[in-house]
Design a protein around this ligand. Structure first.
Ligand code: ATP
Ligand code: MG
Length: 440
């Protein structure tokens, strides 16, 4: 009986080996930049109590209303959710483990998030974020520092222009006054509201500003602006942030309609946007969430962070021609079976002792067909252990890529096994140095 093939869940992608090097390159550079600013990693579980997100994100948000993968644990009746984002989890972990006891913390995380959205370009049901949270810092210096960090990351990644849009949401009280003005305004134009907006009108009118409905854009453009409701303290925070960004040479524009998908933000909010990804052009969102710690049952402490949409950045990298290190190994070791296999095995281990990535050909095959595999592996060098070499305690080394007659091992050369690791790593180092300076 032929069995039906199983497929991945819609909107959830496999990361295949051809694409993985690009992800690895991105992750390595992101971690480098995060560490350059003193951030340390935190890993929280993928499954949390549903209540964490209901409280930590807000009941009347897209995420909590309609995007969460929530289920009841069949074994103990607990209400659980696959995390749609990680800020609430990081703050929960900080409270649970009293991480702020010894002072403020700079933390980063990366991993999959889950949201039941309509899958399309740049929007998936399992997607990945790299994010950072600075907890216990009132800002605005840390707000600016995170934005500068992100600017450095975009530069390091060479993904081309990404613009920064900035806004301030003020304090809870300021938002409450703005909110009253918004409700009055939208009530006066009730005939122009769509069903979503009508539902949100009294629960969360700020989110109406975030509408993606083209028919409502004009209405939203004319709506009361939070900027006109900010008090002196909020204005000072926002102005200082802008001074710091100007001093750091980070261009930005103020978008008075920018709000975040999550409910707990205050003061600083921002998004990094590219025009090269179609409708899903936001590659990173961030801002301040001072009320969250207390909201989740902790001692009040300010917080500020961002989350990068990894799939979207990967798409920019791919378009920029980046592929990451797509080779399977540095060195491919060939042998002629029988006694030569043991010599080849020792040769491969000595190369690995020297820190190299090595594939030792498995199974028996002609040297010609092994050479084809060596070529396809992306290795720079082949090490060949034939009958003669094995008998003499040596191996032949041959360059696999066209690098000119001067390149190490451009001509096949025999090297004693005892010197193999050193000779091969020196040759590879010379090759990667000549890669780094094209034209020499
Ligand atoms: P949007 O308005 O596009 O739905 P959001 O406000 O829900 O975005 P955040 O919760 O701020 O997004 O998440 C931070 C980043 O994660 C986004 O800027 C985006 O790059 C990425 N992201 C969010 N949802 C998805 C998704 N479903 N698939 C892929 N990336 C996503
Ligand atoms: Mg969303």
């Amino acid at each position: 009986m032929k069995r039906e093939k199983l497929a991945a869940v819609r909107g959830m992608n496999d990361l295949l080996p051809a694409e993985a090097p690009l992800w690895e390159a991105f992750e390595a550079r992101a971690i480098d930049v995060l560490r350059a600013y003193g951030y340390r990693q935190i890993r929280t579980p993928i499954v949390e109590h549903t209540a964490l997100f209901a409280r930590g994100i807000g009941e009347v948000t897209d995420i909590v209303e309609k995007e969460m993968y929530s289920f009841v644990d069949q074994l103990n009746g607990e209400h659980l959710t696959l995390r749609p984002e990680a800020t609430a989890s990081v703050v929960r972990a900080c409270i649970e483990h009293n991480l702020l006891y010894e002072g403020p913390r700079r933390l980063w995380y990366m991993g999959p998030m889950f949201r039941h959205e309509r899958p399309q370009r740049g929007r998936y049901r399992q997607f990945h974020q790299v994010g950072a949270e600075a907890l216990g810092f009132a800002g605005p210096d840390v707000d600016a520092e995170q934005i500068v960090l992100l600017k450095r990351l975009w530069d390091v990644l060479e993904i081309g222009p990404v613009r920064l849009e900035l806004n301030s949401l003020g304090s809870g009280e300021e938002r409450a006054r703005h909110r009253a003005a918004l409700i009055a305004y939208f009530e006066a134009h009730a005939d122009q509201l769509d069903a979503d907006a009508r539902r949100r009108l009294h629960a969360n009118p700020l989110r109406i500003l975030d509408t993606k409905n083209p028919a409502m854009q004009e209405l939203v453009r004319q709506a009361p602006r939070i900027a006109d409701y900010l008090g002196a303290e909020s204005r000072a925070h926002f102005e200082r942030l802008q001074e710091l960004l100007a001093a750091a040479g980070v261009p930005y524009s103020i978008n008075p309609r920018l709000v975040r998908g999550l409910d707990y933000y205050n003061l600083t909010v921002y998004e990094w946007i590219t025009d090269r990804l179609g409708a899903q052009g936001t590659i990173c969102g961030g801002g301040r969430y001072d009320p969250l710690m207390e909201l989740l049952g902790g001692k009040s402490a300010p917080g500020c962070g961002f989350a990068i949409g990894v799939e979207r950045v990967i798409e920019l990298l791919r378009e920029a021609g980046e592929r990451g290190d797509t080779s399977d190994c540095d060195v491919y070791v060939l042998h002629q079976g029988g006694g030569t296999y043991l010599a080849a095995l020792r040769a491969a281990e000595s190369l690995r002792d020297a820190g190299l990535d090595v594939i030792l050909h498995a199974g028996e095959a002609s040297l010609k067909s092994q050479m084809k595999r060596a070529d396809a592996s992306g290795a720079e060098l082949a090490v060949i252990v034939g009958e003669t070499e094995a008998a003499e305690g040596k191996a032949a080394v041959k360059g696999l890529r066209a690098r000119g007659a001067e390149a190490p091992f451009a001509q096949q050369r025999v090297v004693p096994l005892a010197e193999l690791g050193e000779a091969v790593s020196a040759a590879l180092a010379a090759m990667s140095a000549s890669n780094a300076q094209p034209g020499t």
